[in-house]
Design a protein around this ligand. Sequence first.
Ligand SMILES: [Zn+2]
Length: 430
Amino acid sequence: MISRGSKRRAATLALFLCSGALNAATLIHAGRLIDGVSDTPKSNQTVVVDAGRITAIEPGFRNPASGDRVIDLRNGTLLPGFIDTHVHLFMEQSRRTEIERYTRNDTDLAIDAVVHANRTLLAGFTTVRDLGDWSGAALSLAKAVDAGRVPGPRIIAAGKPIGSTGGHGDPTNGWSRRLEPVGDLEDGVVDSPDAARHAVRVRYKEGARTIKIMATAGVLSLEAHSGNPQMTEAEIRAVVETAHDYELKVAAHAHGAEGIKRAVRAGVDSIEHGTFLDDEGIRLMKEHGTWLVPTLSAAKWVADMGRDPTFFPEVIRPKALEVGPQIQKTFAKVYKAGVKIMFGTDTGVSPHGSNGREFGLLVAGGMPPMQAIRAATSVPAKFLGLDDTGSVEVGKLAELAGVPGDPLVDISVMERVVFVMKDNTVYKSP
Ligand SMILES: [Zn+2]
């Protein structure tokens, strides 16, 4: 039996808990708000988050009600969580990369991917497109993040990339014949349009949400060429037609001018790198509305590492020294020419968590800071078909990042994220 007094206290407590649960919100006091869609920032705003969604955006700093949490970003800038449209969560390039291809199991790579995903999230990236992973880790991790089992960015994963025998997409590229020298269909190694169609369907079956092809040679594979075409236009067209049947977009790794043009004519949705794009290629990209993901971070990283004569195997080093600086030059030209640009770093080449460096490299190539921010927020959200992220607007998911200072004055603050929110959880707070 309980006394009237304790009954009343219990009722009051229940009411308090109840009203607390109903009203408790996260109030973000933002000195500056860049919402990902507007041309100009707003100053001194309160963004209200309730149950993981943005419920209000008000001028001034709203006083917290009992139970509310306040995030003090009055000296900083609040932005939509960033979207990196080109990462590889399962890997991080190092001096040991070549030997680790023989010594590490897929389970090792999967555990690394969890660590890398966490670093990516803490750098302010709340969504990534994972463009190629031979371990299958990104596909599994995508599901685990969506289910709230592991912290990380939302992952739109391609699974294993599709390419041709001996090429940049062949996981046994460079191996001794005594090992297993022939990459197979399972691995995405295709040498005909029929095989290409099959490979897309296998990825669809495995849960891939996008398709990656290796249209030309690459820098970090054990092959002499960096840019020659490695798929026929008919093979690429077979990939694109099949992928589009399943509403999967196709991203084409492409360095050389001929491979880029084949991919654009065959209808891919984005060109990754675009290193040796020529004037005809630029014209074709504009005509077809093809996006360029310049991956300037990876370019800078391979160029920096290439200067160390002991870092890469000898077959890779000259390619790194040639391709790295060229990508930055090409980007400046292509941006000026009016090709559509989306933010993507190829992180996994460069270290995970440093994705934010790309902002400064885009700005160095001539892109205004506000446009670089949009290229990493509302623009890729639309491209990826993600309606509830990519901007700070009422009704959207609270997938948010905060930086100190003003990125429109000093873009390098994008590398020093102090606040991250996703899944109704504050992962980092100032
Ligand atoms: Zn890549």
